[in-house]
Design a protein around this ligand. Structure first.
Ligand SMILES: *Cc1c(COP(=O)(O)O)cnc(C)c1O
Length: 498
């Protein structure tokens, strides 16, 4: 079962948690008990492929789904056709102590696919199981990667519709092209005049607008979320940490029971929280290393126990981590405080009212024990891309490079040489101008189209351009609507013909 972080009386099964997305009072759903795997069970995962591993892990959480249903979701989501490889999440050895977990082989070239390829299947199964007669309408605000991954996942999924709002000038050209060329009869994409917060606040407002929700219901529609506040987006992410460990075992790079460190480039705290769940389930993880860009609220928080978002919002070369409110931290705080709903409510209230809160000494001590944190500015990020290529001939994107920089800083500061897995969250092609600039300053990109830039990177790195990105530069633009922040409700109503 799953309980809300803010209300002890709100307890639901996984199908309901996934369908609802968020608890009615604004809390997030957390499993009432974290399942445990024995070392022997973890060892057995090495014999399975990614799909087999996913079924094993997911079955521990989606206990109200039949095993057949879970298997069905996994087999539809993680195909060679969609991921271009049967490995789904391959592990690349930079050397014999540092491994890159490539989570970007999915259709949109960012790690969001690992969850958003399977979430729509969880959702439609949940609708069948609960006898849902309404159409599920997914509203998404995106600063870049979530929008396209959600569109790709929900495109033409029966019983669902999806609308994505992106800040008109707040996404990269490639990210915009990927979204506005999306195929599918049930999708809509709109640019909102303003920044990401405007789009996000607009969507949040719709979720709590009673008149709008009533009109939706009359029209046979019900709202849900595809952001990482939805448990259905977190649970598939636990799988790949087990899978990375299983690959290390299979390749004799570790022995069963050996500890590893995990390094995660972090924004909304979803990905690293999944690694925390893996550790709690029994995966031998020593330290969880949280890497931030210059929006380093989390670095400060992990080091001091004080969360303070009162600072300038910086636009960086790792835009998917440009965030000052990391929603999923609430789940960690809930668990580490001993499931203290009152404390979580107090901290979240303080965050909302003052933009800051400080956790108690006990919770802070637990955080320091589990996590290590650091950050990289753009210059350090670019040099991490450059140096990694010079040393290993391996090209990484800007987000992964933030993690690589922080990992090196961790080793230097602590002397801990435990083998480490770095979560690589995007294909370098997705951020090719900054990647190229970092690889070789002398490359000139002036006047090049998006597609030409991809070609330069392809030639330079001797790797293929991902299909998802080249097609975005070739497909016709289907969505060019630009709306005011105040027109979001009207735009959704129009689109749904309410
Ligand atoms: C979303 C995203 C992140 C941040 O992940 P969180 O789960 O929000 O912490 C990092 N890198 C890339 C490329 C992303 O798209």
């Amino acid at each position: 079962m799953y309980e809300s972080t803010r209300d002890a009386s709100c307890v639901v099964n996984s199908a309901a948690a996934i369908k609802m997305g968020i608890s009615p009072e604004g809390g997030l759903f957390v499993p009432t008990e974290i399942p445990k795997l024995t070392l022997a069970e973890i060892g057995k995962l090495a014999e399975l492929n990614y799909r087999g591993r996913a079924v094993e892990i997911l079955n521990h959480y989606l206990t109200d789904y039949t095993e057949e249903a879970v298997k069905d979701c996994v087999e539809q989501a993680y195909t060679k056709e969609k991921f271009g490889t049967d490995n789904i999440a391959p592990l690349y050895a930079l050397n014999d102590s540092c491994y890159i977990l490539e989570l970007w082989h999915g259709p949109t070239c960012a790690f969001k696919d690992m969850a958003l390829q399977i979430l729509p299947h969880f959702m439609t199964k949940a609708m069948e199981m609960t006898g849902e007669d309404k159409e599920i309408v997914i509203l998404v605000a995106t600063s870049g990667d979530t929008g396209k991954a959600a569109l790709e996942g929900f495109s033409d999924v029966k019983g669902t519709k999806i609308a994505v709002f992106y800040p008109k000038d707040g996404v990269s050209d490639m990210q915009r092209l990927q979204m506005v060329t999306t195929l599918g009869e049930n999708v809509s994409v709109m640019a909102v005049k303003g920044n990401f917060d405007d789009a996000q606040n607009g969507v949040k407002q719709l979720f709590t607008d009673e008149a709008f929700i009533a009109r939706m219901a009359e029209g046979g529609c019900k709202l849900s979320s595809a952001n990482s506040i939805n448990w259905g987006r977190l649970v598939p992410q636990i799988v790949y940490y087990f899978s990375a460990y299983a690959d290390l075992l299979k390749n004799n790079q570790i022995t069963l029971g050996d500890e590893i460190n995990v390094v995660v480039p972090t924004g909304n705290f979803g990905n690293i929280l999944a690694a925390y769940f893996a550790k709690e389930m029994g995966l031998p993880i020593h330290k969880l290393i949280c890497a931030s860009n210059e929006n380093n609220v989390l670095t400060d928080f992990i080091r001091t126990g004080k969360y303070d978002r009162n600072r300038d919002f910086k636009l960086t070369a790792s835009p998917s981590m440009d965030i000052l409110i990391s929603s999923n931290l609430e789940r960690l705080l809930f668990l580490l405080s001993g499931k203290d709903h009152a404390k979580v409510n107090e901290w979240m209230k303080s965050l909302k009212e003052t933009g800051a809160y400080e956790v108690d000494a006990d919770t802070k001590a637990k955080i320091s024990d589990l996590f290590w944190a650091g950050f990289a500015d753009d210059e350090k990020t670019f040099s991490a891309i450059h140096d990694t290529y010079e040393t290993y001939r391996y090209v990484m994107d800007t987000h992964t490079a933030v993690a690589k920089y922080v990992y090196d800083a961790y080793v230097k500061e602590t002397g801990d040489t435990t083998k480490a897995v770095i979560a690589s969250t995007a294909s370098p092609f997705k951020f090719s101008p900054n990647v190229l600039k970092s690889l070789d300053e002398s490359i000139s990109l002036e006047g090049l189209s998006e597609m030409e830039t991809l070609k330069v990177l392809s030639e330079y790195s001797e790797t293929k351009i991902p299909v998802g990105l080249s097609s975005a530069t070739e497909l016709p633009v289907r969505f060019d609507k630009v709306i005011e922040r105040t027109e979001m409700e009207a735009a959704v109503s129009d689109w749904l013909e309410l």
